[in-house]
Structure formats: C-alpha cells, structure tokens
Design a protein around this ligand. Structure first.
Ligand code: LHQ
Length: 263
C-alpha cells in the first residue's frame, strides 16, 4: 500500500492534491479523509494558493468508501453509517463548496459512490475518456451520500438522476459531459495537461472575485430571485472594492492582459 494516502504539491499558485491509494482505486480511508481535510484547510488559508486541482493516482479517481473499513462483522452490533458521514463525508463536501478558491477535478478513471460526490463537489470537472461515474450505493444496499442526491438532479435533471441512483449503472465520461454532469471529457493522454493548464489559468485570475462568484452560484440553488439579486449586489460591492477590479479595468482600457494578484 502507498505510504501516504494523499500527495500534495504547490506549483505556480496551484495546490495539486492526488489521492494516492491506487491499489484500491483511491477509496477513502479515515487516514485519507484526515489528510485531505488538512490539505484543503491549508490550501484555503494559504494566499499563495489560488486554485486547487484534485486527481487520483493510478487508473481510478476514487472508488468511494473503502469497504474493507466498513465491513459488517457477524455477531457485532451493526455500525451507524451516519457517524461516518457526520465525521468525514459531510465536512468534506462542505469544505469543497465553502472554500472560496476554484477547484478543478481531473477525473482520471472511475469515480464511484462518494468518489462521484467528491468529483461533483468540485467546481469544474474534466474527465478522461476512460473515466466513468457510478452511483454505486444501490449495488451494496445503501443510499447515495456525499452530496450525490443534491448534485445529481441539479446537474442532470430528475430523470437521469433517479436512473443513475437506482440502477448504479456506470455513466462514461463522454455521456457525462453530454448530460451536463461534468464540464468536459477529453482524451486520456491530454487530461492532466488540460486540467493543469486550466487550474493554472484560474490561479492567475481575480481570486477574490472567483471565490465570491462561487459563493453566489452556491447560494443560487436555494435562493429566490429577489434574494439572489440582493446577494449579487452585496458581492459586487465587495468585488468592486478589490485591487483586481481596478487592475482588470485598467488592463482593458490599456489593451493589455491583466495582472491579477487575487486581492
Ligand atoms: C476497493 C474499493 C472500495 C475497497 C475498489 N473499497 N476496495 C459512506 C459512509 C459509510 C459507509 C459506506 O459508504 C459511504 C460512501 C460510499 O462511497 S458507499 C460506495 C462504496 N464504493 C463502492 O461500492 C464501489 C466499490 N467498487 C467497485 O464497485 C469497483 O471496484 C469499481 C466499479 C469502482 C471498479 O471496478 P473495476 O475497474 O473492475 O476494479 P476492481 O473492482 O477490480 O477494483 C480494483 C481493486 O480495488 C480491487 O482489489 P483487488 O485486491 O481485487 O485488486 C478492489 O477490491 C479494490 N476496490 N473499490 N470501495
């Protein structure tokens, strides 16, 4: 088994987090959860990090919960699976959504169960053609978790969401892109180059404004139009006070590329 379940590098403003349990298709263990949570918190608090890129080592992206850690043992009391959600998965999904920096998922292979939830909680999902998305829960007698029941209908509509969840059928990357489940599917050998280039471009963006944009879109899922218009006013007020707005307009008027600092 790999020594450390998560590899973290920071280059050119991008924190790259690689789930590193390739022998188990990067299934989640408690140790992986702990490291991922710590890495996300560090990236959130580090002003040198202006975008994140999440991917998996080996041929899988993430196969969800490591089922060997959740094996029912005959004779022992049945485990409260809600506890694992409360302790690990729900905070993970909240961290990803609340982290006000762009997060790209480079889905290099199968994303199953909570692994699909992890991908869908990121802001922009690019998948290699060999990747697929599987709501694997029904295959083992469980209910979709890790935000899957929230993301799926919003992304692909109720008909596709319910079929994915009830059948547990794999949705290949190209179909996922056609359905709007993800942003795009690309040839496997270009996935990491494209994803890294995108994350680097985002890392050179107006980080504060991108974070506020993420907040606005997150809230739009539950706000009515009046509330959302008020929120846009407040967030625009904040963005308008930033250095990057001054730089963006100056660069436009001077017909040169902007040099955003993220402030
Ligand atoms: C695995 C796993 C895995 C352990 C592949 N665990 N070893 C939250 C709260 C509490 C409890 C429960 O769960 C949750 C959230 C969830 O995520 S529930 C859903 C859990 N995930 C699954 O049910 C998916 C299980 N995996 C699969 O169905 C298949 O592995 C998929 C379809 C993902 C990929 O199939 P293949 O490409 O054929 O690969 P494979 O099955 O041969 O897997 C490769 C190895 O990885 C294999 O080990 P081995 O020693 O035989 O080489 C698998 O046992 C291991 N592995 N997923 N989740």
């Amino acid at each position: 088994m790999a020594e450390t379940p998560l590899l973290v590098t920071v280059t050119d403003g991008v924190a790259m987090l690689t789930l590193n349990r390739p022998e188990r298709l990067n299934a989640f263990t408690a140790a992986l959860h702990e490291e991922l949570a710590a890495a996300l918190d560090r990236a959130g608090g580090d002003s040198a990090v202006r975008a994140l890129l999440i991917t998996g080592a080996g041929r899988g992206f993430c196969a969800g919960q490591d089922l060997s850690e959740r094996k029912p043992v005959p004779g022992e009391p049945r485990r409260d699976l809600g506890q694992g959600l409360e302790r690990y998965y729900n905070p993970l999904i909240r961290r990803l959504r609340n982290l006000e920096k762009p997060i790209v998922a480079a889905v290099n292979g199968v994303a199953a169960g909570a692994g699909a939830g992890l991908a869908l909680a990121c802001d922009i999902v690019i998948a290699g053609h060999a990747a697929s998305f599987i709501e694997a829960f029904s295959r083992i007698g469980l209910v979709p978790d890790a935000g899957n029941t929230w993301f799926l209908p919003r992304l692909v509509g109720p008909a596709r969401a319910v079929a994915m969840a009830l059948t547990g059928e794999a949705v290949p990357a190209r179909q996922a892109a056609d359905w709007g489940l993800i942003w795009k599917a690309v040839p496997d050998d270009t996935l990491m180059t494209e994803a890294r280039a995108l994350a680097q471009r985002l890392a050179q963006g107006p980080t504060r404004a991108l974070g506020l944009t993420k907040r606005a879109l997150n809230r739009s899922s539950t706000n009515d139009l009046d509330t959302q218009l008020d929120l846009e006013r407040d967030l625009q007020r904040e963005a308008g006070l930033g250095e990057d707005y001054r730089e963006g307009v100056a660069a436009f008027l001077e017909k040169r590329p902007p040099r955003f600092t993220g402030r």
